[in-house]
Ligand binder design. Structure first.
Ligand SMILES: CC(C)(COP(=O)(O)OP(=O)(O)OC[C@H]1O[C@@H](n2cnc3c(N)ncnc32)[C@H](O)[C@@H]1OP(=O)(O)O)[C@@H](O)C(=O)NCCC(=O)NCCS
Length: 299
Protein backbone atom coordinates (compact mmCIF):
# COMPACT_ATOMS: atom_id res chain seq x y z
CA UNK A 1 0.00 0.00 0.00
CA UNK A 2 1.42 3.44 -0.89
CA UNK A 3 2.19 5.90 1.86
CA UNK A 4 -0.75 8.26 2.42
CA UNK A 5 -0.02 11.52 4.22
CA UNK A 6 -0.69 15.23 4.30
CA UNK A 7 1.49 17.16 1.88
CA UNK A 8 4.56 19.10 3.04
CA UNK A 9 5.86 22.30 1.36
CA UNK A 10 8.70 20.43 -0.37
CA UNK A 11 6.11 18.32 -2.29
CA UNK A 12 5.18 21.42 -4.30
CA UNK A 13 7.17 20.74 -7.53
CA UNK A 14 5.99 17.10 -7.77
CA UNK A 15 2.38 17.97 -6.89
CA UNK A 16 2.29 20.80 -9.46
CA UNK A 17 3.82 18.55 -12.15
CA UNK A 18 1.39 15.67 -11.51
CA UNK A 19 -1.69 17.94 -11.51
CA UNK A 20 -0.55 19.77 -14.67
CA UNK A 21 -0.05 16.46 -16.48
CA UNK A 22 -3.32 14.80 -15.41
CA UNK A 23 -5.56 17.86 -15.50
CA UNK A 24 -4.79 18.37 -19.20
CA UNK A 25 -7.06 15.44 -20.11
CA UNK A 26 -10.87 15.71 -19.71
CA UNK A 27 -10.92 12.14 -18.34
CA UNK A 28 -8.91 13.31 -15.30
CA UNK A 29 -9.96 16.95 -15.15
CA UNK A 30 -11.03 18.82 -12.04
CA UNK A 31 -12.53 22.12 -13.18
CA UNK A 32 -11.87 23.90 -9.86
CA UNK A 33 -8.23 23.88 -10.86
CA UNK A 34 -7.82 26.11 -13.89
CA UNK A 35 -4.04 26.56 -13.98
CA UNK A 36 -2.62 24.79 -17.05
CA UNK A 37 1.11 24.44 -16.50
CA UNK A 38 3.28 23.22 -13.64
CA UNK A 39 4.67 26.76 -13.24
CA UNK A 40 1.16 28.28 -13.06
CA UNK A 41 0.16 25.62 -10.54
CA UNK A 42 3.20 26.31 -8.35
CA UNK A 43 2.28 30.01 -8.40
CA UNK A 44 -1.39 29.35 -7.58
CA UNK A 45 -0.69 26.90 -4.78
CA UNK A 46 1.88 29.29 -3.26
CA UNK A 47 -0.46 32.29 -3.43
CA UNK A 48 -1.60 33.21 0.11
CA UNK A 49 -4.81 34.74 -1.32
CA UNK A 50 -5.83 31.32 -2.64
CA UNK A 51 -4.40 29.21 0.16
CA UNK A 52 -4.01 31.49 3.19
CA UNK A 53 -2.97 28.70 5.56
CA UNK A 54 -0.48 27.17 3.10
CA UNK A 55 -1.68 24.80 0.36
CA UNK A 56 0.02 21.78 1.95
CA UNK A 57 -2.28 21.93 5.00
CA UNK A 58 -5.27 20.96 2.88
CA UNK A 59 -3.68 18.55 0.40
CA UNK A 60 -3.19 14.80 0.83
CA UNK A 61 -0.70 12.82 -1.26
CA UNK A 62 0.10 9.17 -1.94
CA UNK A 63 3.70 8.16 -2.63
CA UNK A 64 5.38 4.89 -3.60
CA UNK A 65 8.27 3.19 -1.80
CA UNK A 66 10.77 5.49 -3.57
CA UNK A 67 8.87 8.64 -2.63
CA UNK A 68 7.42 9.02 -6.16
CA UNK A 69 4.08 10.81 -6.23
CA UNK A 70 1.12 8.59 -7.20
CA UNK A 71 -1.96 10.61 -6.34
CA UNK A 72 -3.06 14.03 -5.03
CA UNK A 73 -6.31 15.33 -3.51
CA UNK A 74 -6.69 18.85 -2.12
CA UNK A 75 -9.15 21.50 -1.04
CA UNK A 76 -9.57 25.24 -0.87
CA UNK A 77 -11.90 27.26 1.39
CA UNK A 78 -13.88 30.46 1.30
CA UNK A 79 -12.50 33.23 3.59
CA UNK A 80 -15.02 32.30 6.32
CA UNK A 81 -13.82 28.69 6.25
CA UNK A 82 -17.36 27.33 5.88
CA UNK A 83 -17.35 26.10 2.26
CA UNK A 84 -14.70 23.94 0.64
CA UNK A 85 -13.82 23.26 -3.02
CA UNK A 86 -12.08 20.04 -3.85
CA UNK A 87 -9.09 19.95 -6.15
CA UNK A 88 -8.97 16.51 -7.74
CA UNK A 89 -8.67 13.71 -6.90
CA UNK A 90 -5.92 12.89 -9.40
CA UNK A 91 -4.62 9.31 -9.59
CA UNK A 92 -1.65 8.49 -11.84
CA UNK A 93 -2.93 4.92 -12.47
CA UNK A 94 -6.41 3.39 -12.67
CA UNK A 95 -5.66 0.83 -9.95
CA UNK A 96 -5.27 3.64 -7.39
CA UNK A 97 -8.97 4.63 -7.50
CA UNK A 98 -10.14 1.64 -5.48
CA UNK A 99 -7.75 1.84 -2.53
CA UNK A 100 -5.69 5.02 -2.58
CA UNK A 101 -8.41 7.55 -3.47
CA UNK A 102 -10.62 6.58 -0.48
CA UNK A 103 -7.61 6.83 1.85
CA UNK A 104 -6.76 10.28 0.46
CA UNK A 105 -10.36 11.40 0.99
CA UNK A 106 -10.28 10.19 4.62
CA UNK A 107 -7.01 12.06 5.21
CA UNK A 108 -8.42 15.21 3.65
CA UNK A 109 -11.68 15.08 5.61
CA UNK A 110 -9.78 14.53 8.86
CA UNK A 111 -7.82 17.76 8.37
CA UNK A 112 -10.74 19.99 7.29
CA UNK A 113 -11.48 22.83 9.70
CA UNK A 114 -14.54 21.97 11.80
CA UNK A 115 -16.27 25.11 10.45
CA UNK A 116 -16.51 23.62 6.93
CA UNK A 117 -20.06 22.36 6.42
CA UNK A 118 -20.16 21.84 2.66
CA UNK A 119 -17.64 20.61 0.13
CA UNK A 120 -18.07 20.78 -3.62
CA UNK A 121 -16.17 19.20 -6.46
CA UNK A 122 -16.56 20.15 -10.13
CA UNK A 123 -15.26 17.49 -12.49
CA UNK A 124 -15.25 17.34 -16.27
CA UNK A 125 -18.23 15.29 -17.46
CA UNK A 126 -15.73 12.83 -19.04
CA UNK A 127 -13.96 12.30 -15.71
CA UNK A 128 -16.10 9.22 -15.07
CA UNK A 129 -13.79 7.52 -12.59
CA UNK A 130 -13.67 10.65 -10.45
CA UNK A 131 -17.44 11.15 -10.56
CA UNK A 132 -18.08 7.48 -9.75
CA UNK A 133 -15.65 7.65 -6.86
CA UNK A 134 -17.17 10.81 -5.35
CA UNK A 135 -20.73 9.53 -5.67
CA UNK A 136 -19.72 6.28 -3.99
CA UNK A 137 -18.40 8.42 -1.14
CA UNK A 138 -21.48 10.45 -0.29
CA UNK A 139 -21.37 13.25 -2.89
CA UNK A 140 -24.61 14.10 -4.75
CA UNK A 141 -24.35 15.15 -8.38
CA UNK A 142 -26.08 18.22 -9.86
CA UNK A 143 -27.10 18.60 -13.51
CA UNK A 144 -24.45 19.02 -16.24
CA UNK A 145 -23.06 22.53 -16.00
CA UNK A 146 -21.39 24.48 -18.77
CA UNK A 147 -18.32 26.59 -18.11
CA UNK A 148 -18.25 29.65 -20.41
CA UNK A 149 -15.38 32.14 -20.78
CA UNK A 150 -15.11 35.55 -22.51
CA UNK A 151 -11.81 37.37 -23.13
CA UNK A 152 -11.26 41.06 -22.54
CA UNK A 153 -9.62 41.31 -25.96
CA UNK A 154 -12.38 41.66 -28.45
CA UNK A 155 -14.92 42.91 -25.90
CA UNK A 156 -16.41 46.39 -26.23
CA UNK A 157 -19.52 47.72 -24.62
CA UNK A 158 -22.19 47.47 -27.35
CA UNK A 159 -23.20 50.93 -28.62
CA UNK A 160 -26.07 52.57 -26.72
CA UNK A 161 -25.78 50.20 -23.75
CA UNK A 162 -26.36 52.17 -20.57
CA UNK A 163 -24.55 50.79 -17.58
CA UNK A 164 -26.73 49.84 -14.62
CA UNK A 165 -26.08 50.98 -11.04
CA UNK A 166 -25.00 48.93 -8.04
CA UNK A 167 -27.85 47.43 -6.00
CA UNK A 168 -29.11 49.96 -3.43
CA UNK A 169 -30.35 49.23 0.10
CA UNK A 170 -33.96 49.98 -0.96
CA UNK A 171 -33.89 46.95 -3.30
CA UNK A 172 -32.18 44.42 -1.04
CA UNK A 173 -35.37 42.71 0.13
CA UNK A 174 -36.60 42.41 -3.47
CA UNK A 175 -33.17 41.03 -4.46
CA UNK A 176 -33.48 38.29 -1.83
CA UNK A 177 -37.00 37.45 -3.04
CA UNK A 178 -35.99 37.28 -6.73
CA UNK A 179 -32.94 35.19 -5.85
CA UNK A 180 -35.07 32.71 -3.87
CA UNK A 181 -37.69 32.53 -6.66
CA UNK A 182 -35.21 31.76 -9.43
CA UNK A 183 -32.31 29.81 -7.95
CA UNK A 184 -32.77 26.52 -6.13
CA UNK A 185 -32.12 26.68 -2.39
CA UNK A 186 -29.93 23.61 -2.63
CA UNK A 187 -26.81 24.57 -4.51
CA UNK A 188 -27.12 28.36 -4.43
CA UNK A 189 -25.41 30.82 -2.14
CA UNK A 190 -28.10 32.43 0.05
CA UNK A 191 -28.99 36.03 -0.90
CA UNK A 192 -27.95 37.37 2.50
CA UNK A 193 -24.42 36.01 2.06
CA UNK A 194 -24.21 37.67 -1.35
CA UNK A 195 -25.45 40.98 0.10
CA UNK A 196 -23.08 40.82 3.07
CA UNK A 197 -20.15 39.75 0.88
CA UNK A 198 -20.09 42.93 -1.25
CA UNK A 199 -16.66 44.59 -1.27
CA UNK A 200 -13.99 45.65 -3.80
CA UNK A 201 -14.04 42.17 -5.29
CA UNK A 202 -17.78 41.34 -5.11
CA UNK A 203 -20.41 43.57 -6.73
CA UNK A 204 -24.14 43.33 -7.36
CA UNK A 205 -25.78 45.40 -10.11
CA UNK A 206 -29.49 46.03 -10.49
CA UNK A 207 -32.09 47.07 -13.06
CA UNK A 208 -34.91 48.94 -11.35
CA UNK A 209 -38.11 50.74 -12.18
CA UNK A 210 -38.66 53.10 -9.26
CA UNK A 211 -38.99 50.90 -6.22
CA UNK A 212 -39.41 47.71 -8.29
CA UNK A 213 -36.39 45.52 -8.89
CA UNK A 214 -36.51 44.12 -12.44
CA UNK A 215 -33.31 42.11 -12.40
CA UNK A 216 -29.87 41.74 -10.90
CA UNK A 217 -26.46 40.17 -11.44
CA UNK A 218 -23.53 39.32 -9.16
CA UNK A 219 -19.93 39.61 -10.35
CA UNK A 220 -16.72 38.92 -8.47
CA UNK A 221 -12.97 38.44 -8.84
CA UNK A 222 -11.48 34.94 -9.01
CA UNK A 223 -7.75 34.61 -8.36
CA UNK A 224 -6.92 31.22 -9.86
CA UNK A 225 -7.03 31.99 -12.70
CA UNK A 226 -7.33 35.77 -12.44
CA UNK A 227 -10.73 36.50 -13.93
CA UNK A 228 -14.15 37.98 -13.38
CA UNK A 229 -16.95 35.59 -12.47
CA UNK A 230 -20.58 36.35 -13.33
CA UNK A 231 -23.22 34.66 -11.20
CA UNK A 232 -26.95 34.73 -10.47
CA UNK A 233 -28.08 36.76 -13.48
CA UNK A 234 -31.84 37.03 -13.05
CA UNK A 235 -34.65 39.05 -14.60
CA UNK A 236 -38.15 39.01 -13.14
CA UNK A 237 -40.29 36.80 -15.43
CA UNK A 238 -42.67 39.67 -16.36
CA UNK A 239 -39.76 41.87 -17.48
CA UNK A 240 -37.95 39.41 -19.78
CA UNK A 241 -37.35 39.88 -23.50
CA UNK A 242 -36.69 43.64 -23.30
CA UNK A 243 -32.92 43.62 -23.15
CA UNK A 244 -32.58 43.86 -19.35
CA UNK A 245 -30.64 40.59 -19.04
CA UNK A 246 -28.26 41.75 -21.72
CA UNK A 247 -27.74 45.14 -20.02
CA UNK A 248 -27.05 43.45 -16.68
CA UNK A 249 -24.56 41.11 -18.31
CA UNK A 250 -22.78 43.97 -20.12
CA UNK A 251 -22.64 45.96 -16.87
CA UNK A 252 -21.01 42.97 -15.15
CA UNK A 253 -18.54 42.60 -18.05
CA UNK A 254 -17.74 46.32 -17.93
CA UNK A 255 -16.97 46.02 -14.21
CA UNK A 256 -14.72 42.99 -14.80
CA UNK A 257 -12.93 44.24 -17.93
CA UNK A 258 -12.84 48.03 -17.45
CA UNK A 259 -13.12 48.72 -13.72
CA UNK A 260 -11.09 45.73 -12.56
CA UNK A 261 -9.03 45.26 -15.79
CA UNK A 262 -9.35 41.45 -15.53
CA UNK A 263 -8.14 39.49 -18.58
CA UNK A 264 -11.16 37.18 -18.83
CA UNK A 265 -14.58 36.54 -17.34
CA UNK A 266 -16.12 33.15 -16.69
CA UNK A 267 -19.52 31.87 -15.66
CA UNK A 268 -21.28 28.56 -15.15
CA UNK A 269 -24.74 27.79 -16.45
CA UNK A 270 -26.79 24.63 -16.17
CA UNK A 271 -27.29 22.95 -19.52
CA UNK A 272 -31.09 23.38 -19.56
CA UNK A 273 -31.04 27.21 -19.14
CA UNK A 274 -31.18 27.77 -22.90
CA UNK A 275 -32.30 31.45 -22.69
CA UNK A 276 -29.31 32.32 -20.59
CA UNK A 277 -26.92 30.34 -22.80
CA UNK A 278 -28.09 32.25 -25.88
CA UNK A 279 -27.55 35.54 -24.07
CA UNK A 280 -24.02 34.54 -23.03
CA UNK A 281 -23.06 33.34 -26.50
CA UNK A 282 -24.33 36.59 -28.06
CA UNK A 283 -22.23 38.54 -25.55
CA UNK A 284 -19.07 36.74 -26.72
CA UNK A 285 -18.81 33.88 -24.20
CA UNK A 286 -17.71 30.53 -25.55
CA UNK A 287 -17.98 27.07 -24.08
CA UNK A 288 -14.79 25.97 -22.32
CA UNK A 289 -15.91 22.70 -20.73
CA UNK A 290 -18.91 20.75 -19.53
CA UNK A 291 -18.71 19.66 -15.94
CA UNK A 292 -20.71 18.00 -13.19
CA UNK A 293 -20.79 19.64 -9.78
CA UNK A 294 -21.03 17.21 -6.87
CA UNK A 295 -21.63 18.17 -3.25
CA UNK A 296 -21.37 16.63 0.18
CA UNK A 297 -22.76 18.21 3.33
CA UNK A 298 -20.72 17.66 6.48
CA UNK A 299 -21.88 17.48 10.14
C1 LIG B 1 -31.64 34.60 -18.88
C2 LIG B 1 -32.38 35.88 -18.51
C3 LIG B 1 -31.56 36.60 -17.46
C4 LIG B 1 -32.52 36.73 -19.75
O1 LIG B 1 -33.09 37.99 -19.37
P1 LIG B 1 -33.87 38.92 -20.44
O2 LIG B 1 -34.05 40.23 -19.81
O3 LIG B 1 -35.05 38.23 -20.93
O4 LIG B 1 -32.75 38.98 -21.58
P2 LIG B 1 -32.77 39.92 -22.86
O5 LIG B 1 -34.10 40.60 -22.98
O6 LIG B 1 -31.57 40.79 -22.80
O7 LIG B 1 -32.57 38.90 -24.01
C5 LIG B 1 -33.53 37.85 -24.18
C6 LIG B 1 -34.16 37.93 -25.55
O8 LIG B 1 -34.90 39.14 -25.70
C7 LIG B 1 -34.51 39.77 -26.92
N1 LIG B 1 -34.57 41.23 -26.74
C8 LIG B 1 -33.62 42.00 -26.25
N2 LIG B 1 -34.03 43.30 -26.26
C9 LIG B 1 -35.27 43.30 -26.74
C10 LIG B 1 -36.23 44.31 -26.98
N3 LIG B 1 -35.96 45.59 -26.71
N4 LIG B 1 -37.43 43.95 -27.45
C11 LIG B 1 -37.71 42.66 -27.72
N5 LIG B 1 -36.83 41.65 -27.52
C12 LIG B 1 -35.63 41.97 -27.04
C13 LIG B 1 -33.09 39.34 -27.12
O9 LIG B 1 -32.72 39.43 -28.49
C14 LIG B 1 -33.15 37.93 -26.67
O10 LIG B 1 -33.71 37.13 -27.67
P3 LIG B 1 -33.05 35.76 -28.08
O11 LIG B 1 -32.89 34.98 -26.80
O12 LIG B 1 -34.03 35.16 -29.02
O13 LIG B 1 -31.77 36.14 -28.69
C15 LIG B 1 -33.80 35.57 -17.98
O14 LIG B 1 -34.46 34.76 -18.92
C16 LIG B 1 -33.83 34.89 -16.63
O15 LIG B 1 -33.80 35.54 -15.58
N6 LIG B 1 -33.88 33.54 -16.64
C17 LIG B 1 -33.94 32.74 -15.43
C18 LIG B 1 -32.65 32.78 -14.66
C19 LIG B 1 -31.48 32.29 -15.45
O16 LIG B 1 -31.57 31.35 -16.25
N7 LIG B 1 -30.32 32.91 -15.18
C20 LIG B 1 -29.08 32.51 -15.71
C21 LIG B 1 -28.41 31.67 -14.68
S1 LIG B 1 -26.83 31.17 -15.19
Amino acid sequence: MPDIRLAVPSDLPAVAALIARLNAAPADQSLHCAARTAAALRATLSNPEDFPGGWHRSFAVATDANGGLLAVFGSQFDPEGTLGWLWGPWCAADALWATVAPALLRTLLACLPRSVHRIDAFLHVENRQGLRFLQANGFSPGPPTLLYVADRTGWTLPGKTTLLPALRPAHEVAFARLHADIFPVHGSTPAQLLLDGRDDEHAIFAAVDGLRLLGSVCVSVNHAPLEGFVDYLAVRSTARGHGIGSKLLQTALHWAFETRRLPQTALCVTQWRTDARRLYEKAGFSLQATGVAVRRLLQ
